[in-house]
Design a binder for this molecule. Structure first.
Ligand SMILES: [Zn+2]
Length: 363
């Protein structure tokens, strides 16, 4: 049984191709972060190697070993986002390693793919964050996809199609993984996961339909408390002095070196906050995501112009893009916080204690 929810079109198509023996040598799973791409790819790996009657059965020896991460024919590579102390000493090299899939990683997979499967029917070569390959790595994988060995299935997982070589995309069977409609996800959280209706309503919205995030938030309260800290920082930053903002930027930069994905999540949640301000300002408040902060949204929207809000959403998107392009993070954060509209009396230069999302690498 496919564990993936809300992707029936894709799972039906994949099941049919396995039943008919029309398996492609490479699949490209495309969709936003935490939407369920990896769950679907692992399910497909199970289905291709399943020894049960209705693949993926999730219970046979092959499925169990894959789900436990113990199957020797599943190889995967990802970004090294942990940021080791050594990386930090070699700043440039460390930043590259945390933000790019490198040629040597692809070469390691390529080498592994030349050997026959050890315990299953298919060897699976999984490239997480495939849209973050260096140019050299992308060209290397292109060669690999041109002459695929039999019994090897490549799975590329990516958020942004425009950052992949067209020739790579065209050599893969594309599988779009969509965010779930929020009302459908809300219902699923209540009916299948036992969430309280109010909790489901909030989580479904904050997740923006990303099922992976929503299911994790039900199990791990720290996701919700981190989100509260991020919203509080979005509220406080607009009334902070510029010097307090630069202190905030320094802290954000330090956190980025250790825990890049958490800072990216902070920027994404700021984007949802500012979009909510735009919705409130445009009298579309029923569509806001941060439904537990309606009073704060109303208060802040009254003090900002539509133009200020719209411009700053543009700056947030630019910052997100610049970080993807490996621009020096401190410059990105400084520029972003400098251009954030400021409300309150600038002559009254009172700094506000910033709320920083806890850095988990230090705990
Ligand atoms: Zn199975």
């Amino acid at each position: 049984m496919w564990r993936t929810i809300g992707q029936q079109g894709s799972t039906t198509r994949l099941s049919r191709s396995i039943a008919e023996g029309t398996i492609h040598h490479a699949y490209l799973f495309l969709g936003p972060e935490h939407v369920g791409k990896r769950t679907l790819a692992i399910d497909l790996a199970c289905a291709l190697n399943c020894e049960g009657g209705d693949p993926p059965c999730g219970a046979c020896r092959a499925c169990s070993r894959i789900l436990e991460g113990k199957h020797s024919d599943i190889h995967d590579i990802t970004l090294d986002e942990s940021g080791s102390a050594e990386d930090l000493e070699i700043e440039e090299e460390g930043r590259k390693r945390r933000t790019r899939i490198l040629t040597e990683q692809i070469e390691d997979l390529q080498h592994a793919s030349t050997l026959p499967p050890y315990e299953g029917r298919f060897k699976i070569m999984m490239v997480n964050h495939a849209d973050r390959m260096t140019d050299a790595a992308a060209n290397r994988i292109l060669k690999v996809l041109e002459e695929p060995p039999a019994q090897v299935v490549w799975m590329l997982l990516a958020e942004n199609e425009s950052r992949l070589l067209e020739t790579v995309v065209s050599r893969c069977q594309r599988v779009d993984v969509h965010a779930m409609p929020i009302p459908q996800l809300e219902r699923h959280l209540v009916e299948s996961c036992g969430a309280a209706p109010e909790q489901a309503r909030l989580i479904a919205r904050i997740s923006r339909g990303r099922t992976g995030w929503a299911l994790q938030a039900l199990k791990d309260e720290s996701l919700l408390s981190d989100r509260v800290a991020r919203v509080e920082s979005a509220i406080q930053l607009v009334s902070m002095t510029f010097s307090a903002r630069f202190d905030f930027s320094r802290d954000l930069d330090a956190q980025y070196r250790r825990e890049r994905p958490r800072v990216i999540e902070t920027l994404d949640q700021w984007i949802t906050w500012w979009r909510d301000l735009l919705l409130v300002k445009s009298v579309c408040a029923e569509s806001v995501i941060n439904i537990d902060y309606v009073n704060e949204l109303n208060g802040q929207a009254q003090r900002l112009s539509l133009e200020q809000i719209r411009d700053f959403i543009g700056k947030l998107n630019e910052a997100r893009h610049d970080l993807d392009l490996n621009v020096i993070p401190r410059l990105v954060f400084d520029a972003l916080l400098y251009t954030m509209p400021r409300v309150g009396n600038p002559a009254h230069d009172v700094g506000v204690q910033p709320v920083v999302v806890q850095d988990r690498s230090e705990t």
